[in-house]
Design a protein around this ligand. Structure first.
Ligand code: IPM
Ligand code: MG
Length: 372
């Protein structure tokens, strides 16, 4: 029996292209695993009104971890229009399957490393080595939202907070409310993960990115909790930076930063910025890490117009595969794969279009495999 069971979730658009690229490398490395296909994505939303069918949830419960390609997400009304005719008007509401996976399996930490590999013509600056720890299950992603805004909810909020008064005259249908919900436990977990990583990887500081001067309660809870956690790590400094300023500093002096810890929404935003500093989403790997399961996915979207054309950069997917090796404890494989990737980038001969080349996703993967 193979050593590992990996759920194989290509998802939508170019998901399949980059997963095929990953497979070239996995096979070259003779990774001892069984890959089991799982249905997920837009096709299943349209046909079954469920982009994450129960059978896929079951599969994930039986696997060591999952590799995931890409997902198409559309706003509520557009999604409804694309449902099979017999499913329309039945109250089905689209919700992103990756967000559901993160919440249902409590994949509480979203790890997003961004390194400027030498020789990458797309590096914004050299010597950038960042890793974002994004809380992955709550915050504005909690899904507790209202539109129209029910009178009962409004009455309760008004009773507890005078600031609601300002909206008294606005009709319920003209107000939308999304709750930002953050728990002390999730704050503690994400900050602890970040400090543990800093400790084991020799980083001198952890930057907490929030906005407590304005969002006093939720961002405030994160920062207050982080200060408590930081006391357990005397050798590591904790920097507190507001999200807006952080975006500016990351453009100005990205080399000054290392480990970044933040909540879900700010992490979503700042991790795209970090990705662009090191070549864009074609280089952005990520791992959704829980206690029992982890789902590894490149951060890029499904880029439908490139689907099946093997045009997109598979580096993000290959770096994601490296993260999977590390999480499984196969760190020798992880290190070998990363050096092969770095070698191909430095060599500069095999490149996809975004890097100024004309090679396919699969050719890039073959070039990486040739170094393994
Ligand atoms: C990401 C993506 C997702 C998110 C989308 C596809 C729901 O942007 O992984 O960063 O918002 O988390
Ligand atoms: Mg995002």
């Amino acid at each position: 029996m193979p050593k590992y069971k990996i759920a194989w979730l290509p998802g939508d658009g170019v998901g399949n292209d980059v997963m095929e690229a990953a497979r070239i490398v996995l096979d070259k490395m003779k990774f001892d695993a069984e890959y089991i296909h799982g249905d997920i994505g837009w096709e299943f939303w349209r046909a079954e009104a469920n982009p994450l069918p129960d059978r896929t949830v079951k599969l994930l419960n039986e696997c060591d971890c999952a590799l995931f390609g890409a997902i198409t997400s559309k706003p509520r009304d557009e999604a409804e229009q694309e449902l099979a005719p017999e499913l329309q008007g039945k109250g089905h509401i689209y919700s992103s399957p990756i967000v559901r996976l993160r919440q249902e399996f409590n994949l509480r930490t979203n790890l997003r490393p961004c390194k400027a590999y030498p020789g990458n013509p797309l590096n914004y600056k050299e010597d950038i080595d960042l890793i974002v720890f994004r809380e992955n299950t709550e915050d504005l992603y909690s899904g507790v939202e209202f539109h129209p805004f029910p009178d009962e909810v409004r009455a309760v909020i008004s009773k507890h907070n005078p600031k609601m008064k300002k909206f008294d005259k606005v009709d319920g249908k003209d107000i939308a409310v999304s709750l930002r919900i953050n728990t002390r436990e999730a704050c503690r977990n994400i900050v602890t993960d970040a400090f543990e990583y800093a400790k084991s990887h020799g980083y001198k500081s952890v930057t907490i990115v929030e906005k407590p001067n304005v969002i006093r309660e939720t961002s405030g809870l994160m920062v207050r909790t982080a200060r408590e956690v930081a006391k357990n790590y005397p050798g590591i400094d904790m920097w507190e930076t507001n999200i807006d300023a952080m975006c500016m500093w990351l453009i100005k002096n990205p080399m000054d930063y290392g480990v970044i810890a933040t909540s879900n929404m700010f992490g979503d935003i700042v991790s795209d910025l970090c990705a662009q500093l090191v070549g864009g989403l074609g280089f952005a790997a990520s791992g959704n890490i829980g206690d029992k399961l982890a789902v590894f996915e490149p951060t890029h979207g499904s880029a439908p117009k490139y689907a099946g054309k093997y045009k997109v950069n598979p580096m993000a997917m290959l770096l994601t595969t490296k993260m999977m090796f590390d999480w499984l404890g196969e760190t020798d494989k992880g290190t070998a794969l990363e050096s092969a990737i770095a070698g191909v980038i430095k060599d500069g001969k095999v490149r996809t279009y975004d890097m100024g080349g004309s090679n396919t996703s699969l050719e890039v993967a073959q070039a990486v495999a040739a170094r393994l």
